[in-house]
Design a protein around this ligand. Structure first.
Ligand code: CU1
Ligand code: CU1
Length: 272
């Protein structure tokens, strides 16, 4: 059973194994395929008006499937690797070990935001932006610039206490757990972290920054925590909702998995 750990608890060897597996997927081209998939599902999400990956109830099951497939790809390189999660309520400054040279590398430099340290710096020669939204081919960050503060534990706990998963109109105006966690409403949790990191993380090609996976792993953990706190609540809507993925409808681009299929993560991994 794969155990997903807090990144702050990883050993030096675990960090190296994770980074090496990410770099191997980049070399093979598989990493960029994940970026393409995410970018295709960032806004309206599909050609027929259905919202799948974001601004909709399926935000959580879509990303649970998406990052699970990435974890499985990492494991084809090294079976011991699991996705770490970044608890940004605890590791909330650019001085966190998350941003050290032996893991994700540091902040972008002033001026152009280019990341110049760590394994994903342009100078490493291993990390070129092939799937991009502008001409810049280097990883960029501006930690704490777009927004000064990461969400707090108190803000997270207030959202975890919400008993209803989601509500009509099932979009970025909805009340409920999903939309407050996604960040279109309330304290702004998930979206704010993308903005705090800056650079590619604020765009549809956000998986260009490997911190994307650690951020979404924590979002996934918070969903699992919410599920445990509210055992009688579950995914809604269940049926008959236009332009929204109901409980037993399949999600694009896979078309072989429903939100119902993703509710129980424990066959795939656990959280330490
Ligand atoms: Cu996303
Ligand atoms: Cu995200």
């Amino acid at each position: 059973m794969a155990d997903r750990k807090n990144q702050a608890d990883l050993t030096a060897t675990e960090k190296r194994n994770f980074v090496d597996a990410v770099l191997a997927l980049k070399r093979s081209g598989r990493y960029d395929e994940f970026i393409t998939t995410h970018n295709g599902f960032i806004m309206g999400d599909t050609d027929n008006g259905e919202r799948v990956g974001h601004r909709s109830p399926s935000f959580l099951p879509w990303h649970r499937r998406f990052i699970l497939q990435f974890e499985q790809a990492l494991q084809t390189v090294n079976p011991s690797v699991t996705l770490p999660y970044w608890d940004w309520t605890a590791d909330r400054t650019p001085r966190s070990s998350l941003w050290a040279d032996d893991f994700l590398g540091g902040n972008g430099r002033s001026g152009d935001g280019r990341v110049t340290t760590g394994p994903f710096a342009t100078g490493s020669g291993n990390w070129t932006m092939n799937i991009r939204v502008d001409g810049r081919t280097y990883l960029r960050r501006a930690l704490g610039v777009g927004v000064r503060e990461l969400p707090t534990r108190a803000e997270v706990d207030a959202v975890l206490a919400m008993p209803v998963y989601d509500a009509a109109p099932w979009n970025s105006a909805s009340d409920g757990f999903r939309n407050n966690l996604e960040g279109w409403r309330g304290a702004n949790l998930h979206n704010r972290v993308h903005v705090w990191v800056g650079g590619q993380m604020t765009t549809g090609v956000s998986p260009n920054d490997p911190v994307f996976w650690l951020h979404h792993c924590f979002i996934d953990k918070l969903w699992a925590d919410w599920q445990r706190l509210h055992p009688t609540s579950s995914y809604v809507p269940t049926t008959g909702t236009p332009n929204v993925v109901d409980l037993n409808e399949t999600m694009k681009p896979w078309n072989d998995v429903t939100p119902a299929d993703m509710l129980d993560h424990t066959p795939h991994y656990t959280y330490a």
